[in-house]
Design a binder for this molecule. Sequence first.
Ligand SMILES: [Zn+2]
Length: 116
Amino acid sequence: MPIYEYRCNQCLKKFDQLILNPKENPQVICRKCGGKNLTRLLSSFAYHRSEEDRMAEFDTSKPAGDEFYKDSRNIGLHAKKRAKELGIDLGSQFDETVEKARSVSNLDDIKKISEV
Ligand SMILES: [Zn+2]
């Protein structure tokens, strides 16, 4: 039962959808606006898995060095993992902040955002 990520072409909302039987070409509708004009985002599934893997390996009790933050995919990982350990739901707004941080090129800015 794969989980696919879709983007609504109408309102641009992104959401995950569990597909019970992909062969049946299920009709997926946008959760926000009900639109049926959706684009399936192919890379997302692998991306989510690898982030989970990195989070599992990541030890928040040790300070992360500059090398760690050179991989932009690690940005936000510290905060996410700490939140998970503490049982805090950071919500989708945090993901947006992380996405923004990942597009920032200045390492000091990245550290500031990711160690909040
Ligand atoms: Zn929509």
